[in-house]
Write a protein that binds this ligand. Structure first.
Ligand SMILES: [Ca+2]
Ligand SMILES: [Ca+2]
Length: 208
C-alpha cells in the first residue's frame, strides 16, 4: 500500500518536472497551489526560441497552468470550522499528521492543467492527475502536511542557496523548482490511514 502511494506521487512528480524543467514562470500563487508558465518552442523552425504552449501544435504567447483544485476538506475532530465551499468531513479520533493534536485541517483535491491563449482567456482544462493530492489548510493551503515543522506547498521556487523565493522575485533569483505532493489512503473501514509525502526538485534550464 505504501509503495502504491509512493508510486502515485512519483509519477506526478516525474511528469511535472519534465513539463516544467524548461519553463519560464509567468506567475505562481503565493501559497504555492498553482503555477502558470510557458515553455520554449521553435514554432517556425527558424532556430529562434519563443515561449508558449504546445496545444494542438505550437502556440507562441500562450500559457499553461497547473492548479490544485480542492474537492473535500477533512478536519481533525477539534479543528476550528472552516468554510471553503467544498464538502467537509470530520475525522473522529484521527491525528492525520501525527503532531499530537486534533486541530488540523486537510484539503484533498486534484491538479488541473489549464491552457490560456495569448489574451489570457481560458481555452481548455484537464485533470493533470486523477490521483488525490493532499494539502493542509491553516491560514492557507501551504501548510505543514507531515508536521515536521517545514511547510509543504505544492509548488515553490528556490534560489541558489535553496531558500524559497517570494513570487515577486522569481525573476531573476529563481533557479530551481520544488514540487511536493502527498497521498493518503484510509484503511480498516476508515479507522486508520496511511499517508506518504514525496518532494522533488529540478533546476530550470532557462533563466526566469
Ligand atoms: Ca493533528
Ligand atoms: Ca512538512
Amino acid at each position: 500500500m505504501t509503495q502504491d502511494l509512493e508510486h502515485r506521487s512519483r509519477a506526478f512528480l516525474d511528469r511535472t518536472k519534465k513539463e516544467l524543467m524548461f519553463c519560464r514562470i509567468a506567475w505562481i500563487a503565493p501559497d504555492g497551489t498553482s503555477i502558470r508558465y510557458s515553455i520554449p518552442m521553435d514554432s517556425d523552425a527558424s532556430g529562434d526560441l519563443v515561449f508558449g504552449v504546445v496545444y494542438q501544435g505550437p502556440r507562441p504567447g500562450w500559457t499553461a497552468e497547473l492548479a490544485f483544485v480542492p474537492r473535500v476538506l477533512y478536519l481533525e475532530e477539534a479543528a476550528p470550522p472552516l468554510s471553503l465551499g467544498v464538502s467537509v468531513e470530520i475525522l473522529g479520533g484521527m491525528d492525520m499528521n501525527r503532531d499530537g493534536d486534533m486541530l488540523d485541517a486537510f484539503l484533498v483535491g486534484q491538479v488541473e492543467q489549464r491552457i490560456y491563449d495569448s489574451a489570457g482567456l481560458l481555452v481548455d482544462r484537464s485533470v493533470a492527475t486523477d490521483l488525490v493530492v493532499l494539502a493542509m489548510v491553516g491560514q492557507s493551503p501551504a501548510g505543514d502536511v507531515d508536521a515536521d515543522g517545514i511547510l509543504d506547498p505544492l509548488f515553490s521556487v528556490l534560489d541558489v542557496a535553496g531558500s524559497v523565493v517570494p513570487a515577486a522575485l522569481i525573476a531573476p533569483n529563481g533557479v530551481r523548482l520544488r514540487v511536493t505532493v502527498a497521498h493518503w489512503n484510509f484503511q480498516d473501514l476508515r479507522k486508520s490511514f496511511i499517508m506518504r509525502k514525496l518532494s522533488d526538485e529540478c533546476v530550470f534550464r532557462n533563466s526566469q
